[in-house]
Write a protein that binds this ligand. Structure first.
Ligand SMILES: [Zn+2]
Length: 392
């Protein structure tokens, strides 16, 4: 049975197709038509345009459907996107494609105590590198994605994590790359996008909460990618669990972030933060845990669970994906997170029908998250560049 076509604008229909291809990595025509609720004839007309514009490609291939060979549709590998990802130590800059392959990356170090001035200069340097690299190869960028830790609600009072003036950076980008749209987002939103688009068999397709445990602890509400509020940052890391607790970088004491971020984990393990980062994901086997440390670790994970449960009490949803160091622990240790959520939700997780999934950590893969975000921006506007600056 054919699904009825929904009234949507041309941009929305194109966005539905492109975001579906981005999240699936490619699709045959029949399931693509079904997923975006179009007849195959309508889909065919739009694919014709998208192909002519160089946004998609199609390979004739035998498909497991009645009716013989059909086209495997995927995003065009020649589309070039730029990614700028600000981390605590450096600004990562790169050029890559819609499927996540990187053709160029460079890191410009940040000073020890960054200011709006010096961070602005680092962005200037990175954008100049980007311009030189693309100009030498006559590459035209389709979209620039920039990620900044802590960007969002708190930013109007000055970014509490890394000082930076987004308006000024946007102007610099406009001077060097006229007509290339640039979009800024919170790092956590970008990591959520990265997982949604690049994690094989990502556990959720509908609305869910993505929680990222890295340098900071934060979440993103994720919804249908073509909705205006498809990605909404959630500051769940600053839920306070006791004003006697450790000082948080936000200025308060006892935030869940102050107990469970990577810097807090390093301190608990008796390592400097750089040492912990140098281990990468191997710390979980390389660093032996005493029973006291393991006990404390579980208590902190329980608090993380409480923070997630509280967030779900405010805005219920059926799925939670957790990425970050807790995903590396064995089931027994991770259970503390689940117990925390259970203790907090009225009637527990089962009654609230919340399913939980741990996805691998993605910190340290810069600028992959910014690249995924740039791809998402291009797909979400249907490949039709809108205003030159938009914040997500
Ligand atoms: Zn805080």
């Amino acid at each position: 049975m054919e699904m009825p076509e929904q009234p949507r604008s041309r941009r929305q229909t194109r966005a539905a197709i492109l975001t579906h291809l981005l999240q699936s990595g490619g699709s045959f025509r029949p399931p693509l038509a079904k997923a975006v609720r179009l007849s195959e004839a309508s889909l065919s007309r739009i694919l014709f345009d998208l192909k002519a514009e160089g946004l998609i490609e199609e390979v004739r291939r035998p498909a497991p459907y009645v009716g013989g060979p059909t086209g495997l549709v995927s995003l065009d590998a020649t589309v070039a996107l730029a990614a700028l990802e600000l981390t605590g130590q450096w600004l990562s800059v790169g050029v890559g494609g819609l499927s996540g392959e990187l053709h160029y990356t460079e890191r410009v170090p940040l000073p020890k105590r960054p200011t709006v001035e010096t961070v602005g200069r680092v962005f200037g340097e990175a954008l100049a590198l980007l311009r030189d690299w693309t100009r030498r190869r006559r590459i035209r960028l389709a979209q620039i994605g920039v990620t900044v830790p802590g960007l969002g609600r708190l930013s109007e009072f000055g970014n509490p994590i890394i000082p930076c003036d987004v308006g000024r950076i946007s102007d610099m980008s406009g001077e060097l790359f006229a007509d290339v749209p640039v979009a800024f987002t919170n790092s956590v939103v970008a990591h959520a996008t990265f997982h949604r688009c690049r994690t094989e068999s990502y556990p959720f397709s509908g609305a869910h909460l993505f929680v990222f445990v890295g340098q900071g602890v934060a979440g993103t509400w994720m919804d249908d990618p073509i909705e205006d509020d498809a990605l909404q940052p959630v500051e769940l890391g600053h839920m306070v669990f006791g004003t006697e607790g450790p000082r948080c970088r936000c200025g308060h004491h006892g935030c869940v972030e102050a107990y469970t971020s990577l810097p807090a984990l390093a301190e608990l393990l008796g390592l400097r933060e750089a040492e912990l980062l140098a281990f990468g994901n191997e710390w979980v086997t390389a660093v032996p845990l005493t029973s006291r440390v393991r006990q404390e670790l579980r208590q902190r994970l329980f608090r993380l669970g409480l923070a997630i449960g509280n967030t779900l009490n405010v805005k219920p949803c059926r799925g939670v994906a957790i990425s970050g160091w807790p995903s590396l622990l064995d089931e027994e240790d991770r259970k503390a997170v689940i117990d925390g959520i259970d203790a907090c939700l009225l009637g527990g997780r089962k009654l609230a029908q919340v399913s939980l999934a741990f996805v691998p950590p993605s910190n340290g893969n810069d600028p992959q998250a910014a690249l995924a975000f740039a791809a998402f921006c291009l797909a979400r506007c249907g490949g039709m560049a809108a205003a030159s600056t938009e914040a997500a």
